[in-house]
Design a protein around this ligand. Structure first.
Ligand code: ADP
Ligand code: MG
Length: 594
């Protein structure tokens, strides 16, 4: 009955064992192939290099491709894993796997500490800090000679023994690292369609929208960076066992750039891109060797050309073409729970804002505004451009810290709560300038809403998909479920944004100029949509310029001017208030007189 790109209605991440048989088969094939392949010497080395580098590059897929954070220290994490295995087996005579585990733990710890220290700052701090970390590690590896053997490097790195079985033979070891590479690839691939993976991509595409959709942005970035450091160390540890000799220059800044190039060349948003990129950059120099002196120039030029003409990488190019053939989603889903109730306005206060202030330097964008939004009502916030409406919503949703005042939501003081926690408390919003996750599909965008912590369906992946589809049904966008949001028209992106908010079963919905940028037909549709929502008793605060829309749906209006509240009350009273007419409408409107 259902087609969801061949995954069933319940879509990505629904069944944790889905794909397991194929995965086991892939590993078995790779292991047997590697064990009995005639690869010797040179080819063996190339395969080992590609497999271990690929694991490190897969770490970059997570931190850069999924989460959008630039890390320029992947070679350093690779080096930590490699030195842990080398020094552990050579100097401390511990088991290979124990040494590898120590390296992985140490690398993950460094990743967490660096991430915790810098990722709260946003911007490019992580890039800068990872460059420094990379340089420091190279200095330590080179100069702490008693411990690291210095520039001479470490020789005779051991290969593992496990329960008496030796991986010493080249092909046997190759089988081990290829199996590891396959497992890491599958892990990274599955992560993308998981709740955590979606949160990472949401953070990459739009941090503000992620935070007001209930995602802990800082925490998500730290986890992404931590996992990438762990994968880097796994790749490095296996690399050390493969080549049996390591030295500091193999883990230098330049190598971090090589790993980054591999990721970008293949297509950094997909694990398969990482594999394609890694294999290409390992093989390309080998193929070009016959060019002798001009080899480096041709190599550099090829990489640049691929990046210029295929900005999504080699795999991204293929992937974009495959996406066009995705089938639509069919099948029945239960409607939004909201639709089961019928609404009526009550006197119960839901959102109580007292003397709220937000100053930007000397500018009082919001200047002591109080208002009360009551359950089941549509409360309009109007006022001329620049009167502080958006700033008001930004303070209420936690994007800006209040300069003064108090915000109470459903009886709880939320004045200092983080944006994602306000969303988890049931406060959802849309943006004047649409904020959707452009690199994700329509369905994925709305799933982010559905799986916000605290939502009734959040812990059931199947129910999350069903809820997202129900929200898309409500805005009549299900047919576009598998399209990339970035490819949609402006009006449709608005609907996706509204569906994302609705899927989170919000208690109260804040809409900042939802009609902005819509054409006339779309405005009429939006008006109908708001009336339907109101009919089901959702509490809504709406900012809009379109007085027709406001008059049609509002139960209550608050007017701002220069950050101050100049009127508040029933629509007919407010709209005929002389101050409001002077400030906002300019002159009494003609049809009112009629
Ligand atoms: P509205 O949504 O009513 O059109 P805004 O809330 O966007 O108005 O803006 C209110 C005032 O606050 C404007 O003068 C605007 O320039 C100023 N403002 C808004 N955001 C910021 C900011 N982040 N930094 C400085 N000034 C801001
Ligand atoms: Mg505004």
């Amino acid at each position: 009955m259902t087609v969801l790109s061949g995954q069933g209605l319940h879509g990505p991440g629904a069944n944790p064992w889905r794909g397991l048989p194929q995965a086991v088969l892939a590993i078995v094939v790779v292991v047997i192939g590697a064990r009995f392949a005639p690869a010797q010497g040179y080819y063996l080395n190339i395969l080992m290099q590609a497999a271990t580098y690929a694991i490190g590059v897969l770490g970059l897929v997570i931190v850069l491709g999924y989460c959008g954070q630039i890390s320029i220290a992947q070679a350093a994490f690779f080096g930590i894993g490699a030195y842990a295995v080398a020094l552990g087996t050579v100097d401390f005579h511990i088991n290979f796997f124990v040494a590898l585990f120590i390296g992985v733990a140490l690398s993950g710890l460094c990743g967490l500490i660096l991430g915790l220290g810098t990722l709260r700052l946003g911007g490019h701090y992580l890039g800068m800090i990872t460059i420094s970390f990379q340089q420091i590690l190279t200095l330590v590896l080179t100069n702490w000679i008693e411990f690291t053997h210095g520039p001479d490097g470490v020789r005779n790195v051991a290969r593992p023994m496990l329960f008496g079985f030796s991986f010493d033979d080249g092909n046997t070891y190759l089988a081990l690292i290829l199996a590891a590479a396959v497992m890491v690839t599958l892990f990274v691939w599955r992560l993308k369609a998981s709740r955590l993976g979606r949160a990472m991509q949401a953070v990459r595409d739009n941090e503000l929208a992620a935070s007001t959709s209930g995602i802990n942005v800082y925490g998500t970035k730290v986890v992404a960076f931590g996992i990438s450091a762990v994968l880097g160390a796994i790749g490095g540890g296996l690399f050390a066992g493969g080549f049996r000799y390591i030295s500091p220059d193999q883990f230098s800044f330049g190598e971090s750039i090589v790993l980054l190039t591999m990721a970008l060349l293949g297509g950094v948003t997909s694990p398969f891109g990482a594999l394609v990129g890694t294999v290409s950059l390992v093989l390309l120099p080998e193929w070009l060797r016959f060019l002798k002196q001009v080899y480096l120039a041709v190599y550099g030029a090829s990489v640049i050309l691929i990046m210029v003409f295929l900005p999504d990488g080699l795999w991204g190019f293929v992937d974009n073409r495959m996406r066009r053939r995705v089938k639509p989603v069919t099948g029945d889903v239960p409607p939004l729970p909201l639709l089961a109730q019928s609404g009526e306005a009550t006197e119960e206060p839901v959102l109580v804002v007292e003397e709220l202030a937000k100053h930007f330097g000397g500018l009082k964008a919001v200047d002591g505004v109080s208002l009360t939004v009551r359950r089941g009502t549509v409360h309009a916030l109007i006022g001329p451009n620049g009167s502080g409406k958006t700033t008001f919503i930004n303070v209420v949703t936690g994007l800006y810290e209040a300069t003064g005042g108090k915000i109470t939501f459903v009886g709880r003081d939320i004045t200092t709560l983080a944006p994602h926690n306000r969303n988890r408390a049931g406060l959802a919003r849309t943006y004047q300038n649409i904020r959707v996750f452009r690199g994700m599909t329509v369905l994925e965008n709305v799933m982010i809403g559905a799986e916000r912590q605290g939502n009734d369906v959040a812990h059931d992946p199947q129910a999350v998909v069903a809820r997202a589809l129900a929200a898309l049904d409500f805005v009549e966008m299900r047919g576009d479920a598998h399209r990339l949001v970035g490819d949609l028209s402006y009006g449709h992106q608005r609907y996706v944004e509204i569906a994302r908010a609705l899927a989170s079963s919000p208690h109260t919905l804040l809409l900042d100029e939802p009609a902005a940028g819509l054409n006339l037909t779309e405005k009429v549709e939006l008006g109908n949509l708001l009336k339907r929502l109101k009919g089901h008793g959702l509490t809504i605060m709406i900012i809009d310029h379109d007085m027709n829309l406001v008059e049609q749906v509002a139960d209550h209006i608050t007017v701002l001017n220069f950050g101050k509240r100049i009127a508040d009350g029933k629509p007919q009273d407010v709209l005929s208030h002389p101050d409001v007419i002077a400030a906002y409408l300019g002159e009494p409107r003609k049809h009112e007189a009629a």
